[in-house]
Design a protein around this ligand. Structure first.
Ligand code: SF4
Ligand code: SF4
Length: 104
């Protein structure tokens, strides 16, 4: 499991660095986030949900059926959208109402 940080999109807010429970994310000298040891990431997805500019993607590897797809989140009000981009270009969007996250 691992993440990929798009440095072109990163605005250097440091939120991902603050929420990573393993302190895996650092900010480089140009003010952009990076992950030094990607293999240490255990995929908690905290950083992905925290990034305000959707600069962090999570790899859905073949071993969990993702076949190389990437996922990131976007937030609008109470709705958290999980957006899966497949290698072939297809996109799947799953909306979760965070107000109902404890419903079941
Ligand atoms: S997914 Fe979790 S463990 Fe991996 S870099 Fe992001 S916050 Fe850290
Ligand atoms: S949360 Fe997003 S924008 Fe902020 S430092 Fe991390 S990758 Fe960059």
């Amino acid at each position: 499991m691992s993440i990929a940080i798009n440095k072109q999109k990163c605005v250097g807010c440091g939120r991902c660095q603050n929420v990573c429970p393993g302190s895996l994310i650092k900010i480089d000298e140009s003010g952009k986030a990076y992950i030094k040891y990607p293999k240490d990431c255990w995929g908690c997805t905290s950083c992905i949900k925290e990034c305000p500019v959707h600069a962090i993607n999570f790899y859905l590897g073949a071993d969990i059926g993702g076949m190389g797809s990437m996922v990131h989140t976007e937030k609008s009000g109470d709705i958290l959208s999980w957006i899966i981009e497949k290698p072939q270009g297809d996109t799947i969007k799953i909306d979760i109402n965070q107000r109902e996250s404890n419903k079941y």
